[in-house]
Every structure is written in structure tokens, then in C-alpha cells.
Write a protein that binds this ligand. Structure first.
Ligand code: C2E
Ligand code: MG
Ligand code: MG
Length: 777
């Protein structure tokens, strides 16, 4: 729209105001001509007093509240007009009145267009009132008719003012005239206006019948009335504004939506200022506008009101009130921002700012609801980092955190709009895919695994990880939790199958999981009922071929059938039951050791397998100390078995040293395979190496295998450690071991003894000692 078109209503209003002013001035000139035709009769003193009183009294209007946020302003200066009309000739009275109007507007601080309009309206309404009064009164001076004429004149004045003002507002706002004419409380305003104007008539009556100075007696009450009116008007305006502010403050507490706050703010600003044109802008107020800023994070805004017609003196107060109102709104926005922030914190991972498990589940639920009947399936990827724990241990938690943050960034960038990346906790992440075909999902998953493997530089170290990933595609009727569990199960299969790859969930994985859960349930019951049995496999000193100790091995018969120890020990470790299982085994070993001690003389060592997790248990040191005290005379050896690699930390080392102090020894089990690495010999206070059976398997057929085992034995001896070789099944293997130089090489295997119950062990050891004694004897 061209600029001048936008300003058309404004220009039209200007035109109208100028027209009204010109009409008024024309009448004024006419009255002057009439009055000065008989110049000798102009009462100059009265003129001056009349003008001054008009100016003064016009400063004390009252405002009647319309109840809709607006107000009707009533000036009492027209009572001077009535006085003049009743004491002077019509032209003289109108000249004096017009001068008063001109003076009032000239010194007022209104804007020019408003001043012009007020001049015109004042003079025109004054003329109308004068004509009505003269016509109705006729010659009846000092009669009730004259009083009625004055009242009608006052009403005519009021209505002329009202009509012209309504036309002006209608033009400038391009609205219908009717709504401005028929205002609420108008009759009340008229009822206030007319009696006050008749005070002017009262003054005239006094002036006519009494000496002129007696009129001054009216000045006192009049002044008091005006001052009181002003005070009341001001007070009620204050009270009104405060009410608006109170209401706004109370309401603001209950609003929980940004749009509601904005709407309430604009409506309250309209009520507060009694201005119709109020809006929220993104820029500060311009010319002819007033406004106050609203504090909103990242979104500067101002409440702006068009205030062209506003007296400059009230603009300061208006802006102050507006600022109070916007402070209330700013508080309401701040409250919502805080709530948003709290919700964000509660639903996001603080380290990476990725959505957490709660949000992910909500989004999966939504996606499943949306996805019903859709082609593209909802799919969930579950990732667990491989080897994250060692990074934390080696480089510290800060480096670990940095790695997670960098990985989160890479995943977010890679997945982009194709899915939602979430951190489920620790080193677990998930990605939700919607609206993506199966092949595309698998493609993104593969790229995610590649992104995880990217080498990054953290705290001066080049680190790269791998991730095990499980993908589950939603089937009809799946829940969010079910889908997450399926993806988790598939991830476990990936871990079991060698890590670093993607496994997609299918029903067989679910069945296996169900079986595993039942197994864990049964195992828990068996541990609680102490149904875990212990068998013992004797350990032989190779040189002398005699039994020096035994290894305690756990056995579990589930529903009458033995479960392989590897299976139930792993299940116990994963289900967090290994500590309880270890307790049951330890108690039985102690009881059996006491019986063995009673039957057998001489040194005997009893090896017990313990998981690294048990070592860190708070009560473990205590229970081992108790066990050594009870089984005095039998040396306990704790074989540390760990499939996942031992997380060597201070608490564990402290426990090991305390246990060592109680005379217990430590062995590294399954040495030579998996995670049982040479570094444990360095990090842990161990006295025994148990060379894994895989090392002894082919020694009698493969020269290299024998060389390898020999070097392990030699290393153990060099470090001052005892060595036990496991898995001896053939005489030829034992023969080879007999030829090794050095002290105290031990062996364990089916060739010599299979694991056996406690009674059989005791009998076997008794017989073995007897044999040895006989040989010596
Ligand atoms: P391990 O500590 O290395 O135990 C030695 C395993 O080798 C035993 O298997 C034993 O029966 C087997 N074995 C002994 N001689 C021979 C042989 O000549 N040839 C072959 N092929 N195997 C032989 P088992 O009893 O099945 O135990 C398996 C693993 O379960 C143990 O390996 C140990 O890591 C774990 N385990 C057993 N009992 C406990 C326990 O009470 N607590 C913990 N934490 N782990 C246990
Ligand atoms: Mg062992
Ligand atoms: Mg072993």
C-alpha cells in the first residue's frame, strides 16, 4: 500500500479538525464584528477575568469511567460561558468565551491537530449554547424559564461537543460513528455537566442583584470544588490503574501459554491507558507512540500504543504505568522460560544435551501411534560402546566425557532429520527412525557404526572406539518399551557375536532372551536356597606327583540337569547375582576345608574362583578374613576370573592388599586368553599364574605350543610367581611338564583328577598323603 494511502485516515482527520477550527474562528470573527460595532460597551475587566477563569477551570476536568477501559472527560469551563451569556450581550459573551477557549488551547500541551479541533469545538458549541439560551429564555430574565434555558444551553453544548468529537474519532480511526456517539455512562456525564454549568447562572443571578464583588464569594467554594474534583479524578484514575495492574499481576500467575500472556498484556494495556490502538511490536515505539519493553529471551518486543492525541504531560505517567504492566508480563514469560528450562533439563542428558530415555520413549510412542497404517516402519537402533570403560580408566573421566560429547555431535550431524538421537545413559545411545525405508535405516545404522569408529583426539590422545548395535523394527502392537527392549536384546547379541556390528532383532532373539530370564530366575532361587554345590579338582605338584591343593568349582543342577558353569556363572555376572553366588560357594568351601583340615596334616591350598566385581564389594574383605580364621591351616587362593577385563581401581586394590595381609594369595586365572593379560601381573598383587588349558592343549603335538607354554612358565618363575598349568589330559603333556626346570610347577587336569565332591576329595588327599609317606618311608 502506498504510504499516503496508509495515512489517509490521519489526513482526513486533520482535514476535519482544520475545518472545525476554521468554522469556529469564522464565528469568532463574526462575534467580534458584532461586539465591536458598539465598542463602547465592552466590559474589559470582565473580559480579562472571564478568560483567566476559563483557562484555569479547564484544567480541572473530571473523567467518568465508561467501564470498558475508556472514559468521558467533562470540563466545567462552560459554566463561565453560562455566566457570560447571562450577564453580557450574546456577541460580547461569545467573544469573551472564544478568547478563553483560544487561550486555553494555546497554552495547553496537546498536539496541534488536537488543539485546532478543541478551538473549533469550543467556539462552535459555545455559539450553539448561546443561541439556544437566547432563544429559549426570550425576555424572561430571572425566572425559572431562564434556568431551564440555561440547562438546555448546557445540554446543547455537551451534545455539540460529543457529536463533533465522535465524528473526529470515527474519521481518524475509520470506524462507525454510532459506537462513538452512543457511549456507556453518557447520561451520567450529561447529568454531571448540566448542574455544574448552572453554577455559572447562579453567579450571574448574584451579579445582577448584588454588588459585583459579592460574586467573588462564589470563588471560594468553586475553587474548593475544582481542587477536590481534580484530586478525586486523579485518585480514582490511580486506583483504576492500580486495579488494572493488580488484576494483571494476579492473572499472570495463572497463564501457562505465551499467546495468552500476549493477549492479556495487550488487553490490559488498552484498559490501563484507555487507548484503543495497542499492539505488540518487535521494535521500540516510533513517533506519536508510547511503549515499554517486554523482557523475553531471544525475542525483543514492545507494547506500543498510538498516543497522538495524548497530552504530553500524561505521557510520562502512561509510560511508567505501561512499564509496570510489562514487568508483570516479563515475569510471566520468565516463569514459562524457567519451566521450559526445567522440563528440558529433566528430559535431556546434561552432558550431551541429547534427549534422554524418557523423551525417547515418548517419541517412540508418538511415532508408533502415527506410524499405524504407514508404509515406512518405525525402527529403533540401540548402541552400546565397546571399550569405553578402559578409556575412562586410562585417560580419566573428563576425557571420557569429552569423547561422549564429540560422539553425540557426530551422531546428531550424521542422523540429521532422519531420526532422533538420544543418550540412554553411560555409554548407551539410541536412534529412532520414522518414515525411512528398511534399507535406508540399515544404511544409516552402518554409517553410525562407522562414525563411532572415527578416531578422535582427546586430551592429546588419539582414541577410537567401536559400538555394538541392535536394530528393532516395530511390529504391529509393539509398545515403545517393547521396541527398546528388542533393540537392546539385538545389541546384546551383537556383543556376544564379537562386537562392533549391527544385529537386527528377530523372534529367535526374543525366545533366547525369555529362556535367559527364566534361567536367571531359577538361578536366583537356587542361590537363595543355597542349592549351588561345590566340587573340588585336586592340584598336583608336578615333580613329586602329589596333591598340594584343590580348586573349588561351583555346580548347579537345574531341574535335575547340570547347567555348565560357564553358562550360569556368566548369567550370574550379568544379572548381578555373582556376589551372592560367591558367598554361598565361600561358605561351603570353608565348611569343607575345616573337615579336610581335620583329616589331613601338612600344607594344603584351596583355590576359589572370584569375579573381579566381588573384590570391590564392601563386605568382601571381612568375609574372607572370617573364612581364613575358620579354615586356619588351609591356605586360601583367590583366582580372579574376569571375562570383560578387570577394571583396576583403588578400592579394589585396597581390598586386595587387605586380603593379602590376612595371608590369602591371589591367582590370575585363565592366563594367556582373553583379557587376562600380562598387565595384570604388573597392576595386581598376585602370587600365582594359572595358565589356561588352551595353552597346554597341543604341547605334546605342536612344538610352538610347547615353546609358548614354556615361556609363560619361565616368565612366571622369573617374576617369582607360582605357575599352575590347567587342562592336562594326557600323560605325554605331564611328561613334558616334568622336564621343566625350576621350583614348584603345578598341574591340574582330567588326567590326574576330575572335579569331585568334598568327601571324595578328602579321601583322595588322605590316600595321596599316605602314598607319599610310603614312598618316603
Ligand atoms: P576355571 O577357573 O578356569 O576352572 C577350570 C575349569 O577347567 C573347570 O571348568 C574345570 O572343570 C575345567 N577342567 C579341569 N581340568 C580339565 C581338563 O583336563 N580338560 C578340560 N577340558 N577342562 C578341565 P568348570 O568347572 O566348567 O568351570 C568353568 C569356569 O567357571 C571356571 O574356569 C571359572 O572361571 C568359573 N567358575 C567355576 N566356579 C566358579 C565360582 O565358584 N565362582 C566364579 N566366579 N567362577 C567360577
Ligand atoms: Mg579357576
Ligand atoms: Mg582357569
Amino acid at each position: 500500500m502506498p504510504a499516503f494511502l496508509a495515512r489517509l485516515p490521519e489526513l482526513r482527520a486533520w482535514g476535519f479538525n482544520v475545518l472545525v477550527c476554521c468554522a469556529g474562528l469564522a464565528l469568532f470573527v463574526l462575534a467580534c464584528v458584532e461586539a465591536f460595532a458598539d465598542a463602547g460597551t465592552v466590559p474589559w475587566a470582565m473580559c480579562v477575568v472571564g478568560v483567566v477563569l476559563t483557562v484555569v477551570i479547564s484544567r480541572f476536568p473530571i473523567v467518568i469511567d465508561r467501564g470498558d477501559g475508556g472514559g468521558i472527560e467533562i470540563g466545567f469551563d462552560s459554566s463561565i460561558l453560562m455566566f457570560m451569556l447571562c450577564t453580557l450581550d450574546l456577541p460580547e459573551a461569545l467573544v469573551v468565551w472564544s478568547c478563553g477557549v483560544l487561550a486555553t488551547q494555546v497554552i495547553s500541551d496537546r498536539r496541534l491537530s488536537s488543539k485546532l479541533f478543541n478551538i473549533g469545538v469550543g467556539i462552535l458549541a459555545g455559539f450553539l449554547a448561546g443561541l439556544v439560551l437566547v432563544e429559549v429564555r426570550g425576555d424572561s430574565i430571572g425566572t425559572p424559564r431562564e434556568l431551564a434555558a440555561v440547562a438546555l444551553a448546557a445540554a446543547a453544548y455537551f451534545l455539540a461537543d460529543l457529536v463533533l468529537s465522535a465524528v473526529s474519532v470515527a474519521i481518524s480511526t475509520s470506524t462507525g460513528l454510532g459506537q462513538h456517539l452512543l457511549q456507556r455512562q453518557m447520561l451520567l456525564a450529561l447529568a454531571c455537566f448540566v448542574p455544574f454549568d448552572t453554577l455559572g447562572y447562579l453567579g450571574a443571578m448574584v451579579y445582577r442583584s448584588q454588588p459585583w464583588w459579592t460574586v467573588m464569594l462564589l470563588g471560594g467554594p468553586l475553587a474548593t470544588l475544582l481542587v477536590a474534583t481534580k484530586a478525586v479524578t486523579r485518585g480514582s484514575e490511580h486506583a483504576r490503574r492500580l486495579t488494572v495492574l493488580f488484576d494483571a499481576a494476579l492473572r499472570a500467575q495463572t497463564l501457562s501459554d505465551r499467546n495468552q500472556i500476549e493477549e492479556a498484556l495487550v488487553a490490559d494495556a488498552r484498559r490501563l491507558l484507555r487507548l484503543p490502538e495497542v499492539a505488540l511490536h518487535s521494535s521500540p515505539p516510533g513517533r506519536g507512540e508510547i511503549g515499554a519493553p517486554v523482557q523475553r529471551r531471544g525475542m525483543p518486543s514492545w507494547v506500543v500504543a498510538k498516543a497522538k492525541e495524548r497530552a504530553r504531560s500524561t505521557i510520562g505517567a502512561d509510560e511508567q504505568a505501561l512499564r509496570a504492566l510489562t514487568a508483570v508480563a516479563s515475569d510471566a514469560f520468565a516463569r514459562l522460560e524457567l519451566i521450559d528450562e526445567m522440563v528440558h533439563i529433566a528430559r535431556h542428558d546434561p552432558l550431551t544435551d541429547l534427549p534422554n530415555r524418557g523423551i525417547l520413549l515418548d517419541r517412540v510412542t508418538d511415532a508408533l501411534a502415527r506410524g499405524r497404517g504407514h508404509e515406512a516402519p518405525v525402527a529403533l537402533l540401540f548402541i552400546d560402546l565397546d571399550g569405553f570403560k578402559p578409556v575412562n580408566d586410562r585417560f580419566g573421566h573428563a576425557a571420557g566425557d569429552q569423547l561422549l560429547v564429540s560422539l553425540a555431535g557426530r551422531l546428531r550431524a550424521l542422523v540429521g532429520g532422519a531420526g532422533t538421537v538420544a543418550r540412554l545413559g553411560g555409554d548407551e545411545f539410541a536412534v529412532l527412525f520414522e518414515d525411512l525405508g528398511h534399507d535406508d535405516v540399515v544404511g544409516v545404522c552402518e554409517r553410525v557404526l562407522e562414525a563411532i569408529q572415527q578416531e578422535v583426539s582427546i586430551a592429546g590422545h588419539r582414541i577410537s572406539l567401536r559400538g555394538s548395535a541392535g536394530l528393532a523394527v516395530a511390529a504391529p502392537g509393539d509398545s515403545a518399551a517393547g521396541l527398546l527392549r528388542n533393540a537392546d536384546l539385538a545389541m546384546y547379541v551383537s556383543k556376544e557375536e564379537g562386537r562392533g556390528r549391527l544385529v537386527e532383532y528377530d523372534a529367535s532373539i526374543g525366545r533366547a532372551r525369555l529362556e535367559r530370564l527364566e534361567l536367571v530366575d531359577d538361578l536366583r532361587g537356587a542361590i537363595e536356597r543355597s542349592e549351588i554345590e561345590v566340587v573340588y579338582q585336586p592340584v598336583l605338584l608336578v615333580d613329586e606327583r602329589r596333591i598340594v591343593g584343590a580348586e573349588a568349582l561351583a555346580r548347579w543342577n537345574r531341574r535335575g540337569r547340570p547347567v555348565p558353569p560357564d553358562v550360569f556363572i556368566k548369567a550370574a555376572e550379568e544379572a548381578g547375582l555373582i556376589v551372592q553366588l560367591g558367598d554361598v560357594v565361600l561358605r561351603k568351601v570353608v565348611a569343607d576345608s575345616v573337615r579336610l583340615r581335620e583329616a589331613v596334616d601338612g600344607p594344603f591350598s584351596m583355590a576359589i574362583n572370584v569375579s573381579a566385581r566381588q573384590l570391590a564389594e564392601p563386605g568382601f574383605v571381612r568375609s574372607i578374613e572370617q573364612a581364613t580364621a575358620e579354615a586356619a591351616g588351609v591356605t586360601l587362593i583367590l583366582e580372579i576370573t574376569e571375562r570383560e577385563g578387570i577394571d583396576v581401581h583403588e578400592r579394589m586394590l585396597d581390598a586386595m592388599h587387605a586380603i593379602r595381609a590376612a595371608g590369602v594369595e591371589f591367582a590370575v586365572d585363565d592366563f594367556g586368553v582373553g583379557f587376562s593379560s600380562i598387565s595384570y601381573l604388573h597392576d595386581l598383587p598376585v602370587q600365582v599364574i594359572k595358565a589356561d588349558s588352551s595353552l597346554s592343549q597341543g604341547i605334546d603335538t605342536d612344538e610352538r605350543a610347547w615353546a609358548l607354554l614354556r615361556s609363560v612358565i619361565a616368565m612366571g618363575h622369573t617374576l617369582g610367581l607360582a605357575v599352575v598349568v590347567e587342562g592336562i589330559e594326557r600323560e605325554s603333556q605331564l611328561e613334558l611338564l616334568s622336564g621343566v626346570d625350576g621350583p614348584g610347577l603345578c598341574a591340574q587336569g582330567y588326567l590326574m583328577y576330575r572335579p569331585m565332591p568334598a568327601e571324595q576329595l578328602i579321601a583322595t588327599v588322605v590316600a595321596d598323603r599316605q602314598d607319599a609317606d610310603d614312598r618316603v618311608g
